[in-house]
Design a protein around this ligand. Structure first.
Ligand code: ADP
Length: 352
């Protein structure tokens, strides 16, 4: 196996009594778009800042291209960081903002101009080189910030909530754009975000973090299909979670006669809303999987799909919420209808 570009091993960091990182391991490959995803306070920024050199981990090792990263002072590390606020110089033009870094690094005027022109074209800012930041849209300012961050050709670009300053519409567009730009510039991106949609739509792989620990590292599809634990299942997408004991046939609920279909080891069963099948009471004999009886509490149509909340008699979910079912298009059931719900064992994942 070829060695990863970035290797993080057993990294711990504390602020007084607060353990911000409790032993983090992860690898980022060359050219990879990697996201650190987790709720506020889980340690994402501390990890990013440790890589950038603004924070000193108390333990662990980090290597970048085989070299000890933590031993190098921040300004010597072959990484760059793009901040939320972009921190552009308001009085300088786009090209001067981008050329600031290379000029400071000692590149000649000619080399600087060439690199700046190249990167301006890569990020799609042709024709805007003479403008000031105030004369640009939010998305364009973001591109300037990105151009400035990559113009010195770092091996790894660290991005802290890169899209959070943009409004919703621009954001969705920039998610795709950022992914395209990452491919184009050919630099590994390590992005911190608390927004799961953002991480799933952009990243090749995602590390889901909670309370200073990595919970799971996987592709977006794998995280959704095969979460390793309840935290990941509930953090990524929507899910129905039941608590009980694993058995060869599925999850045994305390005080409930039946077994909920599913496979795996652990104390929680996870079923995605789109995998739950609604049925009519009295048709159990025809159903392929065991059914649970319930009643429709609410239906919510949202364009392409409908969400249906179902209260199940005597079978509480772990969160106490009704069972959520999603269907393509419209639904014929209405509030108050008696229904059954079922799913196949393949769609029930028992996790820790
Ligand atoms: P995230 O980026 O995931 O929101 P952080 O890395 O910022 O999380 O924070 C992790 C934990 O460390 C939190 O409990 C936070 O309150 C704490 N923390 C972060 N920075 C400091 C600091 N400078 N001083 C004290 N505690 C901090």
């Amino acid at each position: 196996m070829t060695e990863a570009l970035l290797q993080v091993r057993g990294v711990r960091a504390e602020y007084g009594d607060v353990k911000a990182l409790r032993g983090v391991d992860l690898d980022v490959a060359d050219n990879e778009f990697f996201a650190l995803l987790g709720p506020s306070g889980c340690g994402k920024s501390t990890l990013l800042r440790s890589l950038a050199g603004f924070e000193d981990p108390s333990d662990g090792t980090v290597t970048l291209v085989g070299e000890d990263l933590l031993a190098q002072p921040a300004h010597r590390r072959p990484v760059n960081m793009m901040f939320q606020s972009y921190a552009l110089f308001p009085h300088l033009s786009v090209e001067k903002n981008i050329g600031y870094g290379p000029a400071r690094a000692g590149l000649s005027k000619k080399e600087t101009a060439e690199r700046v022109a190249e990167v301006i074209s890569t990020v799609g800012l042709d024709g805007l080189a003479r403008r000031r930041p105030s004369q640009l849209s939010g998305g364009q300012r973001q591109r300037v910030a990105l151009a400035r961050a990559v113009v010195n050709r770092p091996r790894l670009l660290l991005l802290d909530e890169p899209l959070s300053a943009l409004d919703r519409n621009v954001r969705a567009q920039m998610q795709l754009e950022l992914k395209r730009l990452q491919h184009e510039v050919g630099i590994a991106f390590l992005v911190v975000t608390h927004d799961q949609e953002e991480a799933l739509s952009m990243a090749d792989r995602v590390a889901v973090m909670n309370e200073g620990l990595v919970q799971q590292i996987a592709t977006p599809q794998e995280l959704y299909r095969n979460p390793v634990n309840r935290f990941v299942a509930e953090f990524i997408g929507r899910s129905n979670v039941f608590e009980g004991t694993a058995s060869p046939d599925g999850l045994v609920l305390p005080g409930h006669a039946g077994v909920l279909p599913g496979n795996g080891e652990g104390g929680y069963l996870v079923v995605r809303p789109e995998d739950v099948v609604l049925g009519e009471p009295g048709t159990d004999r025809l159903a392929k999987a065991p059914t649970l009886a319930g009643r429709v509490l609410e239906t919510q149509f949202s364009g392409g799909s409908t969400a249906i909340a179902v209260a199940i008699d005597g079978v509480p979910t772990a969160s106490g919420q009704p069972v959520l079912v999603t269907q393509q298009g419209f639904t014929t059931v209405r509030r108050g209808d008696d229904v059954t719900v079922s799913w196949t064992a393949d769609n029930g994942r028992i996790v820790a």
